[in-house]
Ligand binder design. Structure first.
Ligand code: AKG
Ligand code: FE2
Length: 317
């Protein structure tokens, strides 16, 4: 049976000349399924858990009226804020009727936090910086693994330089509320519907509940069980286009089963989605030793790509 590969990132925190086999490790693992577990990623585990804890105790516990005041109201303009239970579905398969989840999004270029959730805000701000740092290093690793100019990848998003250019890079905190009785949710409900992420790479930290599955190239669904201290790295659709399918976007979903441990307990996760600027045109990189395929694509901007997905995700109805 297939198994999600693991990469030990210890050497990523040394100078680039000491990365050694790391580039080859990345090249050997990431193209397999478009998903790997990152170990020794350098993000403080205490900080990750503090963000989970404060999202549970502080953010998602805010009164309804406060959540409403910070709701995402204009799906195409307002990328920070709350999405309520049942308000978003990540695919248009009619069999999937409802997602039992709520989430809070922080657009990294224009971050907004609820003033009423100070503990969450301060820990999340700290974590955002840590994710940015990890992202920059992993993007350099990606460039080396693909043998492409790292400036192409690093300069695709300019919000850190304060360019003011719209950019969809997003930190999302997810709560999947427990379902004590499945008869209380619509038939066909799931925690998170089958989808590929729309971005370049996603960093995902999940609590110990489980339920996440990824699809292999052979079409088999396998568990992406929580591995202590790890962060899951998923390839998104932009990376698939960039690499002409060499690194495929990975399909994934979060199940809602009747199993005690899965659905009778709230599940929390944190996702950091990385995007080029909205104006960036999404098209394959020039062929290299790695990137060899012909690849069919429609030339659109990242902003158009995101807008099409938002419209299809039946969000904010
Ligand atoms: O909660 C999870 O583990 C996955 C969430 C996810 O795939 C997403 O929000 O795109
Ligand atoms: Fe996802």
């Amino acid at each position: 049976m297939s198994k999600i590969p693991t990469i030990d990132l210890s050497r990523l925190h040394e100078s680039e000349s000491d990365w050694g086999d790391l580039v080859q490790d990345f090249r050997n693992t990431m193209p397999e399924m478009g998903v790997v577990y990152l170990l020794n990623h350098g993000i403080d585990l205490e900080l990750l858990d503090r963000v989970l804890k404060t999202s549970e105790g502080n953010l998602f516990n805010l009164p309804k009226e406060v959540k409403k005041a910070y709701a995402k109201t204009n799906a195409l303009k307002d990328f920070s804020g709350f999405t309520g239970r049942g308000e978003e579905i990540l695919n248009d398969d009619p069999a999937t009727t409802y997602e039992v989840k709520e989430c809070y999004d922080v657009n990294v270029a224009t971050p907004k936090f609820p003033a009423e959730a100070p503990e969450f805000t301060s820990s999340a701000q700290e974590l955002l910086e840590a994710f940015e740092d990890l992202k920059t290093k992993v993007f350099k690793l990606l460039a080396k693994a693909l043998e492409v100019d790292e400036d192409f990848i690093l300069n695709s998003s300019t919000y850190l330089e304060g360019s003011g250019s719209p950019n969809f890079t997003l930190f999302r905190v997810l709560k999947y509320p427990k379902v004590p009785d499945v008869r209380d949710v619509p038939k066909g409900a799931i925690r998170c519907a089958e989808h590929c992420d729309w971005d370049v790479l996603t960093f995902l930290y999940q609590d110990s509940t489980g339920g996440l599955q990824v699809k292999t190239k052979e079409g088999e669904w396998i568990d992406a069980e929580p591995v202590p201290n790890s962060i899951l790295l998923n390839a998104g659709e932009i990376l698939e286009v960039w690499t002409r399918g060499y690194i495929p976007a990975v399909k994934h979903k979060v199940l809602l089963t009747e199993e005690e441990t899965l659905s009778k307990k709230d599940r929390y996760s944190l996702a950091f989605f990385t995007f080029p600027d909205d104006s960036f045109v999404m098209e394959p990189m020039a062929k290299t030793a790695m990137i060899t395929n012909d690849y069919e694509y429609i030339s659109i901007t990242v902003g158009e790509h995101v807008a099409a997905h938002v419209a299809n995700s039946r969000a904010y109805a």
